[in-house]
Ligand binder design. Structure first.
Ligand code: GDP
Length: 387
């Protein structure tokens, strides 16, 4: 097969004979106003952790956005400031005693998540709450295009002064993305957002991650999708505190009522929840706004119950414990894979394992041994330096 590079560069005498060659084109014109270029070049002044915290506590969304960017960064110097910001925000929340509501929302693509969040979010902010909407989109990494982020979503809510929308960073492992989302929740709460929606697309493991960082879990379902439960795993239904059948309007209204009864029945078959809450199903429409007051009522009832019976605090602490282990795992994994000697050896062992020359367990053992040696050399280097 002929490749583009076979003929490249073309000989002067010879015209390229394939449409895959590009004409040389013309050089770009010089900038009309060179000052404009310099203006855009000017770097924003970097903020200290104290400046970020001051801005966040004052509810300054531009500073909040910049602080979240620091939290999302994997640069070592950004991580240092990010940690100070997170700790500062956590302390602020402890002192304020504000009891925030973290609501996980999931559903298959097309279930109506963004339309629902737009309508329900507006309903919540008009009731006096400040709402932050964060998304975890596991599809963005795999498909290089995201299910949640590609379209213009939630335009009205984006212009609502009481709402703050932040899509999760694309790329990186689910573990990394979820760590960043969890830290972002803390920053948003410190900025006065008492309700946080954490949205994810219900097609993989991200629902479990979202569940592990929310107090209440809302599953959005379409009616009339049959018994296959729309690819939603049984486990996801089991961890839901409320199922809302979406698009219950027009000719779909009746079908939605049928689905509601079906899911309500299915929920009864699950064992009782630890929180003492009895999950139910409702119908809703983002178009007619039907069901939105009922959903808010259910959420408020839930929080009243769990704050009273202590489950709210218990669950938050359990989640904190879970995230402590997750952070350790992530830190260790990053340290291992970021080590240059390991990166080199990994390639070697990977091809050996693939060629069937080395057993996988043995390869793992050798790599871990190498890592241990690396760590030891590094720490003895430090000791020498200190002396
Ligand atoms: P997502 O992929 O889960 O975020 O789903 P979208 O919010 O993008 O909705 C998918 C489609 O369903 C869009 O064409 C919406 O206009 C439509 N839709 C969403 N909610 C409703 C609703 O309550 N009623 C009706 N009739 N259509 C809706």
């Amino acid at each position: 097969m002929r490749r583009i590079t076979d003929n490249w560069p073309p000989k002067k005498s010879e015209e390229p004979d394939t449409a895959l060659f590009e004409n040389k084109g013309v050089a770009p014109l010089p900038s009309v106003n060179p000052y404009v270029k310099n203006f855009f070049k000017k770097k924003q002044k970097e903020l200290t952790a104290q400046e970020c915290l001051k801005g966040i506590f004052a509810g300054n969304t531009s500073i909040l956005g910049r602080a979240i960017t620091l939290v999302e960064s994997s640069l070592a110097e950004d991580r240092v400031i990010a940690k100070q910001i997170i700790v500062g925000c956590q302390e602020h929340m402890r002192k304020s005693k504000m009891k925030t509501m973290r609501i996980g929302i999931t559903g298959v693509p097309g279930a109506g998540k963004s339309t629902f969040i737009e309508a329900f979010g507006g309903y919540i902010t008009s009731g006096g709450h400040k709402l932050a909407v964060l998304t975890i989109d596991p599809t963005s990494e795999r498909s290089k295009g995201s299910i949640l982020g590609d379209k213009t979503r939630m335009e009205t809510l984006a212009n609502d002064p009481k709402a703050f929308i932040r899509p999760s960073p694309t790329g990186g492992s689910l573990g990394g993305v979820s760590r960043k989302t969890r830290e972002t929740i803390v920053l948003c709460e410190a900025a006065g957002y008492d309700v946080v929606f954490i949205e994810t697309v219900g097609v993989g493991q991200s629902e479990t991650v979202v569940h592990s960082m929310s107090d209440f879990f809302l599953l959005l379902m379409l009616s009339g999708a049959g018994d296959d439960l729309q690819g939603i795993k049984r486990g996801i239904m089991e961890m839901s505190d409320l199922i809302a059948i979406t698009k219950a309007d027009g000719s779909n209204a009746e079908k939605a009522e049928g689905a509601k009864a079906l899911y309500a029945g299915a929920l009864h078959l699950f064992p009782p929840t630890d929180s003492g809450w009895v999950p139910t199903a409702v119908t809703s429409s983002a178009v007619t706004k039907k069901g939105l007051p009922e959903i808010l009522k259910k959420i408020e009832e839930y929080f009243k119950l769990v704050k009273k019976n202590g489950y709210y605090e218990y669950r938050r602490r359990e989640q904190a414990k879970y995230w402590m282990y997750e952070s350790i795992d992530e830190e260790l994994r990053n340290k291992f894979y970021d080590n240059p000697a390991i990166a080199e050896a990994l390639q070697k062992y990977e091809s050996k394992v693939l060629a069937g020359k080395v057993d996988s367990f043995l390869a793992a053992e050798k790599l871990l041994e190498l890592y241990k040696e690396q760590e030891e050399t590094q720490s003895s280097g430090f000791t020498k330096e200190r002396k």
